[in-house]
Design a protein around this ligand. Structure first.
Ligand code: ATP
Ligand code: MG
Length: 400
């Protein structure tokens, strides 16, 4: 697929208590260098990145113009401004015991707000790290305008001297990546129903960004580590530092440097730098395939022909008899055959080479909402056997 500038995929190591080999971080070089430390996120943004594109990042040049779909909602969701001292208290001075994980922006800690007693996740900008002021500002402005059950809620932020911190609602089940690829100590693998519920939730979050925000937003960073999970596997999209305002008026795309994560990046965007809503749809297709197969988008530990998930899957999409070989062995055959066919069909549509052949997010949502209701029921659906993991079946699918 060759997303040249798409960021480092699974190459550089990150630390996470749940998953010590967690390692998909963004590329340092692909991010604009931080601006100086103006404490007002909006004014920082106006100065930011004059070269990057003919359109703006979500906040860039739009900080005054952007409106929430509903102004009352926007007032309700306005982010709080915290002092650094308040967040030191909330995290017990960023105590190691409160450490939740680490990404390109910096370390994430669990905390408790002293005044409201709310449990929160606090992300602290690593001043030596790969991301910076720009991502901070875009994140604050995007999430301050947004209000949807499938987007993580930004409670507030701190911009004091050089410190930059983001305060989010705490998501008790961590990221999808932890569940799909993390070390599974005392944790059972995600079952089929949870996977489809997560896919439907992520699609609804994307639909809100594409179709309901004003102006519409291209997420650009859809991947399993950015999907956070609440109780009952309710999925919320997080990390909006790369979000861009979508093409406006007659324009079909936004020209921008290629950013995102290797393995999730649409080939057309990687080649041309032309970002469209369909770039997100491609990333969604990768995510859905990841949920079905349990495979990482790029996995250098696999044989060469299987290292790139999409390249491996493309020929298999055409052979119904081989569909069962694509299913995550961790599911142990516990999935509805029709549901698998439908899920693979949706993934294949999202992963079309031609962006205009990919479905609109609203169609993806309709399909996945339906799929999420077609639950696997062990009393109705027999356990499927596959040669891939049991040697019992030459051709894959065993009919119910
Ligand atoms: N709101 C939250 N609630 C609970 N845990 C969180 C929350 N936000 C982040 N985390 C934890 O912190 C980890 C790091 O998140 P972060 O978004 O900083 O990095 P990432 O998504 O893994 O990488 P990247 O920098 O590429 O986005 C997550 O995997 C998750 O376990
Ligand atoms: Mg993230």
């Amino acid at each position: 697929m060759g997303c040249f500038f798409c960021s480092g995929g699974y190459s550089s190591a990150k630390r996470s208590p749940q998953n010590k080999r967690k390692n998909n971080t963004k590329n340092n070089q692909s991010h604009p260098s931080p601006d100086n430390s103006n404490l007002n996120p909006s004014s920082e943004l106006k100065k930011d990145n004059p070269k990057e594109s003919n359109q703006s990042s979500v906040a860039n040049e739009n900080d005054d113009k952007i409106k929430s779909p509903n102004n009352k909602e926007s007032n309700k969701t306005k982010a709080r401004k915290f002092t650094f001292a308040q967040l030191v208290t909330a995290t017990n001075n960023f105590k190691a015991a409160n450490f939740l994980g680490e990404g390109g922006f910096g370390k994430v800690y669990k905390g408790k707000l002293e005044d409201t007693h709310e449990i929160v996740a606090i992300k602290r900008l690593d001043l030596d790290g790969s991301q910076g002021i720009r991502e901070f500002v875009v994140e604050v402005l995007t999430l301050s305008m947004a209000n949807h059950p499938n987007l993580v809620k930004l409670i507030g932020y701190c911009a004091e001297a050089e410190q930059r911190l983001l305060v989010y609602e705490y998501m008790p089940l961590g990221s999808l990546e932890d569940h799909l690829h993390g070390v599974r100590v005392n944790r059972k693998p995600l079952d089929w129903n949870a996977r489809m519920k997560i896919a439907a939730g992520a699609a609804r979050g994307l639909e809100y960004l594409h179709d309901r925000m004003n102006p519409p937003v291209i997420y650009r960073d859809l991947k399993c580590s950015n999907i956070l999970l609440n109780e009952e596997y309710h999925a919320k999209l997080s990390d909006f530092g790369l979000a861009k305002v979508g093409p406006l008026g007659d324009k079909t795309h936004v020209s921008t440097r290629v950013m995102g994560t290797y393995g999730y990046c649409a080939p057309d965007y990687a080649l041309t730098g032309q970002l469209t809503f369909k770039s997100d749809i491609y990333s969604f297709g990768v995510l859905l395939l990841e949920l079905i197969t349990g495979r990482r988008p790029i996995d250098n530990t696999k044989p060469t022909s299987e290292q790139n998930l999409v390249t491996w899957a493309r020929p298999l999409f055409k052979e119904r008899k081989k569909f069962s070989r694509m299913v995550d062995p961790m599911l142990e055959g516990k999935y509805p055959v029709r549901g698998l066919y439908q899920a693979l069909a949706i993934a294949a549509m999202c992963l079309q080479e031609q962006p205009n052949m990919r479905p609109l997010v609203a169609d993806v949502v309709t399909a996945l909402n339906y799929l999420a209701t077609q639950k696997y029921d062990p009393l109705i659906h027999p356990v499927q056997r596959s040669r891939y993991w049991s040697n019992l079946d030459q051709d894959g699918v065993v009919s119910p």
